[in-house]
Design a protein around this ligand. Structure first.
Ligand SMILES: NC(=O)NC(NC(N)=O)C(=O)[O-]
Length: 390
Protein backbone atom coordinates (compact mmCIF):
# COMPACT_ATOMS: atom_id res chain seq x y z
CA UNK A 1 0.00 0.00 0.00
CA UNK A 2 1.19 3.48 -0.77
CA UNK A 3 2.03 5.34 2.42
CA UNK A 4 2.81 8.74 1.01
CA UNK A 5 0.94 11.38 2.99
CA UNK A 6 -1.57 13.19 0.87
CA UNK A 7 -0.14 16.55 1.52
CA UNK A 8 0.40 17.86 -1.91
CA UNK A 9 -1.08 18.72 -5.18
CA UNK A 10 1.33 16.11 -6.43
CA UNK A 11 2.36 16.95 -9.93
CA UNK A 12 2.54 20.71 -9.55
CA UNK A 13 5.75 22.01 -10.96
CA UNK A 14 5.48 25.72 -10.50
CA UNK A 15 4.61 28.02 -7.62
CA UNK A 16 2.08 26.52 -5.26
CA UNK A 17 0.22 29.03 -3.16
CA UNK A 18 -1.41 28.15 -1.01
CA UNK A 19 0.09 24.69 -1.14
CA UNK A 20 -2.11 21.79 -0.23
CA UNK A 21 -0.85 20.93 3.18
CA UNK A 22 -0.92 17.84 5.30
CA UNK A 23 -3.66 16.46 3.18
CA UNK A 24 -5.54 16.27 0.03
CA UNK A 25 -7.77 13.32 -0.40
CA UNK A 26 -9.43 11.04 -2.86
CA UNK A 27 -8.07 8.29 -4.96
CA UNK A 28 -8.28 6.48 -8.21
CA UNK A 29 -6.25 3.54 -9.36
CA UNK A 30 -4.21 5.43 -11.90
CA UNK A 31 -0.73 6.77 -11.16
CA UNK A 32 -0.94 10.53 -10.89
CA UNK A 33 0.91 13.21 -12.78
CA UNK A 34 3.39 13.39 -9.97
CA UNK A 35 4.44 9.79 -10.16
CA UNK A 36 4.97 7.77 -7.04
CA UNK A 37 1.72 8.24 -5.19
CA UNK A 38 -1.71 6.84 -5.95
CA UNK A 39 -3.59 9.62 -7.61
CA UNK A 40 -6.03 11.82 -5.76
CA UNK A 41 -9.36 12.83 -7.12
CA UNK A 42 -9.39 15.78 -4.77
CA UNK A 43 -6.06 17.26 -5.56
CA UNK A 44 -6.52 16.68 -9.26
CA UNK A 45 -9.52 18.95 -9.02
CA UNK A 46 -8.64 22.43 -10.24
CA UNK A 47 -11.72 23.83 -8.48
CA UNK A 48 -10.47 22.57 -5.10
CA UNK A 49 -11.55 25.06 -2.45
CA UNK A 50 -9.26 27.55 -0.77
CA UNK A 51 -9.69 25.97 2.67
CA UNK A 52 -7.49 23.05 1.58
CA UNK A 53 -4.54 25.38 2.11
CA UNK A 54 -4.97 24.92 5.86
CA UNK A 55 -3.48 21.83 7.52
CA UNK A 56 -5.66 18.77 8.10
CA UNK A 57 -6.02 18.93 11.88
CA UNK A 58 -7.63 15.48 11.98
CA UNK A 59 -4.81 13.65 10.20
CA UNK A 60 -3.04 10.81 11.96
CA UNK A 61 0.16 12.53 10.77
CA UNK A 62 -0.69 15.42 13.12
CA UNK A 63 -1.66 13.01 15.95
CA UNK A 64 -5.42 13.01 15.38
CA UNK A 65 -7.43 9.91 16.29
CA UNK A 66 -10.90 8.48 15.71
CA UNK A 67 -12.01 7.95 19.27
CA UNK A 68 -15.38 6.29 18.66
CA UNK A 69 -17.92 5.18 16.07
CA UNK A 70 -21.29 3.57 16.61
CA UNK A 71 -20.57 0.87 14.01
CA UNK A 72 -17.59 -0.23 11.92
CA UNK A 73 -18.58 -3.70 10.86
CA UNK A 74 -17.29 -3.52 7.30
CA UNK A 75 -14.27 -1.22 7.70
CA UNK A 76 -12.45 0.30 10.68
CA UNK A 77 -13.02 3.89 11.71
CA UNK A 78 -9.27 4.64 12.03
CA UNK A 79 -8.90 4.57 8.24
CA UNK A 80 -10.78 7.89 8.13
CA UNK A 81 -7.68 9.84 9.15
CA UNK A 82 -4.89 7.88 7.45
CA UNK A 83 -2.46 10.31 5.87
CA UNK A 84 -2.05 8.32 2.67
CA UNK A 85 -4.48 8.21 -0.20
CA UNK A 86 -7.18 5.56 -0.06
CA UNK A 87 -6.16 2.32 -1.75
CA UNK A 88 -8.42 -0.23 -3.45
CA UNK A 89 -7.83 -3.83 -4.42
CA UNK A 90 -10.81 -5.22 -6.35
CA UNK A 91 -9.84 -8.79 -5.40
CA UNK A 92 -9.51 -8.18 -1.66
CA UNK A 93 -12.42 -9.75 0.27
CA UNK A 94 -12.36 -10.61 3.99
CA UNK A 95 -14.61 -12.60 6.28
CA UNK A 96 -17.06 -9.72 6.52
CA UNK A 97 -17.16 -8.64 2.89
CA UNK A 98 -15.27 -6.37 0.55
CA UNK A 99 -12.21 -4.78 2.14
CA UNK A 100 -12.22 -0.96 1.94
CA UNK A 101 -9.61 1.55 2.99
CA UNK A 102 -12.12 3.69 4.88
CA UNK A 103 -14.82 3.56 7.55
CA UNK A 104 -17.87 1.52 6.60
CA UNK A 105 -20.97 0.62 8.59
CA UNK A 106 -23.49 -2.17 7.95
CA UNK A 107 -26.77 -1.61 6.10
CA UNK A 108 -29.26 -0.16 8.60
CA UNK A 109 -32.69 -1.70 8.99
CA UNK A 110 -34.03 1.08 11.24
CA UNK A 111 -34.46 4.87 11.06
CA UNK A 112 -31.19 5.79 12.74
CA UNK A 113 -27.88 7.01 11.36
CA UNK A 114 -24.19 6.33 11.93
CA UNK A 115 -21.42 8.56 13.31
CA UNK A 116 -17.73 8.72 14.13
CA UNK A 117 -15.93 11.12 16.49
CA UNK A 118 -12.45 12.46 15.69
CA UNK A 119 -10.11 14.09 18.19
CA UNK A 120 -8.13 16.75 16.36
CA UNK A 121 -4.35 16.39 16.66
CA UNK A 122 -4.20 20.10 17.48
CA UNK A 123 -7.20 22.22 18.48
CA UNK A 124 -8.10 24.72 15.84
CA UNK A 125 -10.48 26.96 13.96
CA UNK A 126 -12.04 24.81 11.22
CA UNK A 127 -12.41 26.39 7.79
CA UNK A 128 -13.67 23.39 5.86
CA UNK A 129 -14.01 19.61 5.80
CA UNK A 130 -13.64 16.97 3.11
CA UNK A 131 -15.77 13.83 3.22
CA UNK A 132 -13.98 11.70 0.68
CA UNK A 133 -16.01 8.72 -0.49
CA UNK A 134 -13.24 7.36 -2.76
CA UNK A 135 -14.11 3.82 -3.93
CA UNK A 136 -17.47 3.80 -2.16
CA UNK A 137 -19.81 3.58 -5.13
CA UNK A 138 -22.85 1.49 -4.21
CA UNK A 139 -22.42 2.04 -0.50
CA UNK A 140 -21.67 5.74 0.13
CA UNK A 141 -23.85 7.82 2.46
CA UNK A 142 -26.11 10.16 0.47
CA UNK A 143 -26.14 12.74 3.30
CA UNK A 144 -23.67 13.86 5.96
CA UNK A 145 -23.46 16.43 8.75
CA UNK A 146 -20.57 17.63 10.91
CA UNK A 147 -20.55 18.96 14.45
CA UNK A 148 -17.79 20.07 16.81
CA UNK A 149 -17.07 20.57 20.47
CA UNK A 150 -14.21 22.02 22.54
CA UNK A 151 -13.37 20.19 25.75
CA UNK A 152 -10.34 20.80 27.97
CA UNK A 153 -8.03 17.94 28.90
CA UNK A 154 -8.59 14.38 27.78
CA UNK A 155 -12.33 13.62 27.74
CA UNK A 156 -13.58 10.03 27.70
CA UNK A 157 -15.97 8.75 25.06
CA UNK A 158 -18.87 9.08 27.49
CA UNK A 159 -17.85 12.71 28.23
CA UNK A 160 -17.91 13.32 24.48
CA UNK A 161 -21.28 11.68 23.97
CA UNK A 162 -22.79 13.95 26.62
CA UNK A 163 -21.10 17.12 25.30
CA UNK A 164 -22.87 20.10 23.79
CA UNK A 165 -22.09 19.65 20.08
CA UNK A 166 -22.32 22.62 17.69
CA UNK A 167 -23.14 22.32 14.00
CA UNK A 168 -20.32 23.05 11.53
CA UNK A 169 -22.00 21.54 8.45
CA UNK A 170 -25.78 20.99 8.53
CA UNK A 171 -27.15 17.83 6.94
CA UNK A 172 -25.98 18.07 3.32
CA UNK A 173 -25.83 15.95 0.17
CA UNK A 174 -22.82 13.74 -0.50
CA UNK A 175 -21.77 11.91 -3.67
CA UNK A 176 -20.03 8.57 -4.07
CA UNK A 177 -16.42 7.96 -5.04
CA UNK A 178 -15.44 11.61 -4.81
CA UNK A 179 -14.10 14.18 -2.35
CA UNK A 180 -17.12 16.14 -1.04
CA UNK A 181 -16.08 19.62 0.09
CA UNK A 182 -17.92 21.63 2.74
CA UNK A 183 -16.71 25.10 3.71
CA UNK A 184 -17.19 25.99 7.38
CA UNK A 185 -17.90 29.47 8.67
CA UNK A 186 -16.74 29.48 12.30
CA UNK A 187 -14.15 31.50 14.21
CA UNK A 188 -14.17 29.25 17.29
CA UNK A 189 -11.53 26.73 18.32
CA UNK A 190 -12.57 23.06 18.52
CA UNK A 191 -10.96 19.91 19.90
CA UNK A 192 -13.28 17.17 18.54
CA UNK A 193 -15.38 16.80 15.40
CA UNK A 194 -18.25 14.37 14.78
CA UNK A 195 -19.06 13.12 11.29
CA UNK A 196 -22.61 11.80 10.91
CA UNK A 197 -23.69 9.84 7.86
CA UNK A 198 -27.30 9.24 6.81
CA UNK A 199 -28.40 6.56 6.99
CA UNK A 200 -25.24 4.41 6.77
CA UNK A 201 -22.40 3.57 4.35
CA UNK A 202 -18.72 4.12 3.78
CA UNK A 203 -16.35 7.11 3.84
CA UNK A 204 -12.70 6.72 2.86
CA UNK A 205 -11.23 9.83 4.46
CA UNK A 206 -12.43 12.67 6.66
CA UNK A 207 -10.25 15.80 6.47
CA UNK A 208 -10.70 18.74 8.82
CA UNK A 209 -8.82 21.75 7.50
CA UNK A 210 -8.18 24.69 9.75
CA UNK A 211 -5.86 26.98 11.62
CA UNK A 212 -4.11 25.23 14.50
CA UNK A 213 -4.54 27.15 17.77
CA UNK A 214 -2.51 25.20 20.33
CA UNK A 215 -2.54 25.86 24.06
CA UNK A 216 -0.05 28.74 24.61
CA UNK A 217 1.02 27.23 27.93
CA UNK A 218 3.06 24.82 25.79
CA UNK A 219 4.66 27.55 23.66
CA UNK A 220 7.07 28.55 26.44
CA UNK A 221 10.81 27.84 26.56
CA UNK A 222 12.59 26.62 23.43
CA UNK A 223 10.08 25.30 20.91
CA UNK A 224 10.06 24.38 17.23
CA UNK A 225 8.68 27.59 15.75
CA UNK A 226 8.04 25.95 12.37
CA UNK A 227 6.19 22.88 13.71
CA UNK A 228 2.65 22.29 12.50
CA UNK A 229 1.70 21.07 15.97
CA UNK A 230 2.66 24.49 17.35
CA UNK A 231 0.72 26.29 14.62
CA UNK A 232 3.35 26.58 11.87
CA UNK A 233 2.12 26.15 8.29
CA UNK A 234 3.31 26.18 4.71
CA UNK A 235 2.77 29.54 3.01
CA UNK A 236 4.35 28.90 -0.39
CA UNK A 237 6.20 26.22 -2.32
CA UNK A 238 8.03 26.63 -5.62
CA UNK A 239 7.41 22.97 -6.45
CA UNK A 240 5.38 20.22 -4.80
CA UNK A 241 5.62 17.77 -7.66
CA UNK A 242 5.92 14.52 -5.70
CA UNK A 243 4.98 15.78 -2.26
CA UNK A 244 4.52 19.04 -0.42
CA UNK A 245 6.94 20.81 1.94
CA UNK A 246 4.02 20.89 4.42
CA UNK A 247 5.23 17.39 5.35
CA UNK A 248 8.59 18.52 6.70
CA UNK A 249 7.05 20.38 9.65
CA UNK A 250 4.94 17.43 10.82
CA UNK A 251 5.65 15.76 14.18
CA UNK A 252 8.25 13.04 14.54
CA UNK A 253 10.74 11.73 12.04
CA UNK A 254 9.84 10.67 8.51
CA UNK A 255 9.83 6.90 8.08
CA UNK A 256 10.76 6.99 4.41
CA UNK A 257 11.23 9.37 1.50
CA UNK A 258 7.49 9.43 0.89
CA UNK A 259 6.93 11.26 4.19
CA UNK A 260 9.00 14.31 3.30
CA UNK A 261 9.08 17.00 0.60
CA UNK A 262 10.17 15.92 -2.83
CA UNK A 263 10.19 18.26 -5.80
CA UNK A 264 10.83 17.31 -9.44
CA UNK A 265 14.30 17.35 -10.98
CA UNK A 266 14.96 20.99 -11.92
CA UNK A 267 16.02 21.26 -15.54
CA UNK A 268 16.07 25.05 -15.83
CA UNK A 269 17.77 27.89 -13.95
CA UNK A 270 17.01 28.91 -10.38
CA UNK A 271 16.32 26.77 -7.35
CA UNK A 272 13.41 25.40 -5.38
CA UNK A 273 12.20 26.92 -2.12
CA UNK A 274 9.44 26.80 0.45
CA UNK A 275 8.16 29.48 2.81
CA UNK A 276 6.65 28.69 6.19
CA UNK A 277 4.50 30.84 8.39
CA UNK A 278 5.91 30.35 11.89
CA UNK A 279 3.72 29.15 14.73
CA UNK A 280 4.22 32.50 16.42
CA UNK A 281 6.59 35.42 15.98
CA UNK A 282 9.82 34.30 17.59
CA UNK A 283 13.60 34.20 17.41
CA UNK A 284 15.26 31.10 15.94
CA UNK A 285 18.47 29.98 17.68
CA UNK A 286 19.27 26.75 15.84
CA UNK A 287 17.81 24.64 13.06
CA UNK A 288 17.66 21.03 11.98
CA UNK A 289 17.81 20.20 8.28
CA UNK A 290 17.11 16.51 7.87
CA UNK A 291 17.81 14.86 4.51
CA UNK A 292 17.21 11.35 5.89
CA UNK A 293 16.00 8.94 3.20
CA UNK A 294 16.99 11.41 0.44
CA UNK A 295 19.92 9.43 -0.86
CA UNK A 296 20.03 10.23 -4.56
CA UNK A 297 17.89 13.35 -4.41
CA UNK A 298 19.03 15.47 -1.47
CA UNK A 299 19.80 19.13 -2.22
CA UNK A 300 23.46 20.01 -2.79
CA UNK A 301 23.10 23.12 -0.62
CA UNK A 302 20.48 24.80 1.55
CA UNK A 303 19.94 28.33 2.80
CA UNK A 304 17.53 29.70 5.43
CA UNK A 305 16.24 33.23 5.76
CA UNK A 306 13.53 34.90 7.82
CA UNK A 307 11.06 37.76 7.47
CA UNK A 308 9.30 39.71 10.20
CA UNK A 309 5.96 40.80 8.80
CA UNK A 310 3.19 42.85 10.34
CA UNK A 311 -0.22 41.10 10.27
CA UNK A 312 -1.75 41.40 6.79
CA UNK A 313 1.51 42.46 5.09
CA UNK A 314 2.27 40.94 1.68
CA UNK A 315 4.69 38.04 1.70
CA UNK A 316 7.51 38.17 -0.86
CA UNK A 317 7.31 34.81 -2.61
CA UNK A 318 9.44 35.78 -5.59
CA UNK A 319 12.19 33.34 -6.62
CA UNK A 320 15.03 35.75 -5.89
CA UNK A 321 13.40 37.10 -2.70
CA UNK A 322 15.18 40.35 -3.27
CA UNK A 323 12.39 42.67 -2.19
CA UNK A 324 14.23 43.40 1.07
CA UNK A 325 12.02 41.23 3.27
CA UNK A 326 14.45 38.38 3.88
CA UNK A 327 17.41 38.19 6.26
CA UNK A 328 19.73 35.18 6.10
CA UNK A 329 19.96 33.15 9.29
CA UNK A 330 21.93 30.36 7.60
CA UNK A 331 24.03 31.32 4.59
CA UNK A 332 24.05 28.84 1.68
CA UNK A 333 25.75 25.73 3.03
CA UNK A 334 26.53 22.30 1.54
CA UNK A 335 24.50 19.41 2.92
CA UNK A 336 24.96 15.66 2.78
CA UNK A 337 22.51 13.06 1.56
CA UNK A 338 20.60 11.01 4.16
CA UNK A 339 21.85 13.10 7.09
CA UNK A 340 20.32 14.94 10.01
CA UNK A 341 22.15 18.28 10.12
CA UNK A 342 22.04 20.80 12.95
CA UNK A 343 23.19 24.37 12.44
CA UNK A 344 23.39 27.34 14.79
CA UNK A 345 21.80 30.37 13.15
CA UNK A 346 24.05 33.24 12.11
CA UNK A 347 21.68 35.99 13.24
CA UNK A 348 19.06 36.21 15.97
CA UNK A 349 16.20 38.39 14.78
CA UNK A 350 12.47 38.07 15.49
CA UNK A 351 10.62 36.44 12.62
CA UNK A 352 7.12 35.54 11.49
CA UNK A 353 8.19 33.59 8.36
CA UNK A 354 10.99 31.19 7.44
CA UNK A 355 12.21 30.57 3.90
CA UNK A 356 14.08 27.39 2.96
CA UNK A 357 16.01 27.41 -0.31
CA UNK A 358 17.32 24.13 -1.71
CA UNK A 359 19.91 24.17 -4.49
CA UNK A 360 19.22 23.43 -7.20
CA UNK A 361 16.37 21.12 -6.12
CA UNK A 362 16.04 18.09 -3.88
CA UNK A 363 14.13 16.78 -0.93
CA UNK A 364 14.12 17.03 2.83
CA UNK A 365 12.40 14.84 5.36
CA UNK A 366 12.16 17.36 8.19
CA UNK A 367 12.94 20.99 9.03
CA UNK A 368 13.02 22.19 12.64
CA UNK A 369 13.44 25.80 13.76
CA UNK A 370 14.20 25.91 17.46
CA UNK A 371 13.65 29.25 19.14
CA UNK A 372 11.71 31.27 21.65
CA UNK A 373 8.83 33.70 21.83
CA UNK A 374 9.29 37.04 23.54
CA UNK A 375 6.92 37.85 26.44
CA UNK A 376 5.03 40.18 24.11
CA UNK A 377 4.62 37.47 21.44
CA UNK A 378 3.50 34.95 24.06
CA UNK A 379 0.89 37.42 25.27
CA UNK A 380 -0.36 37.69 21.68
CA UNK A 381 -0.61 33.87 21.45
CA UNK A 382 -2.60 33.78 24.70
CA UNK A 383 -4.96 36.45 23.36
CA UNK A 384 -5.60 34.41 20.18
CA UNK A 385 -6.30 31.31 22.27
CA UNK A 386 -8.77 33.25 24.43
CA UNK A 387 -10.56 34.97 21.57
CA UNK A 388 -11.24 31.65 19.81
CA UNK A 389 -12.71 29.99 22.93
CA UNK A 390 -16.16 28.60 22.06
N1 LIG B 1 -19.69 -4.91 -2.33
C1 LIG B 1 -19.85 -4.23 -1.18
O1 LIG B 1 -19.15 -3.32 -0.98
N2 LIG B 1 -20.83 -4.60 -0.32
C2 LIG B 1 -21.02 -4.25 1.02
N3 LIG B 1 -19.87 -3.72 1.66
C3 LIG B 1 -18.75 -4.50 1.90
N4 LIG B 1 -17.71 -3.92 2.49
O2 LIG B 1 -18.72 -5.68 1.58
C4 LIG B 1 -22.20 -3.33 1.21
O3 LIG B 1 -23.27 -3.81 1.44
O4 LIG B 1 -22.00 -2.12 1.19
Amino acid sequence: MNTQPEHSRAGERSGVRPAIQVTAAGATAEPDRGGHVATGTEDENSSAPEFLSYPDLASRALAGSVVAANDELFAQRENLISAHRPAFDPADFGHKGKVYDGWETRRRRDDGNDWAIVRLGVPGVVHGVVVDTAWFRGNYPPFISVEAVALDGYPSVSDLLEADWRTLVPRSDALGDTPNYYAVDSDRRWTHVRLSIYPDGGVARFRVHGEAVPDPDFLTGTIDLAAAENGGSLAYASDAFYSSPAAIILPGRARNMGEGWENARRRGPGNDYAIFSLAQRGTIAHVEVDTSYYVGNAPGWVRLSVADLAPGADLDTSPDGEGGQWTDILAKVAVQADTRHRFLTDTSVPATHLRLDVYPDGGLSRLRAWGELSEEDLTRARARYDETRP
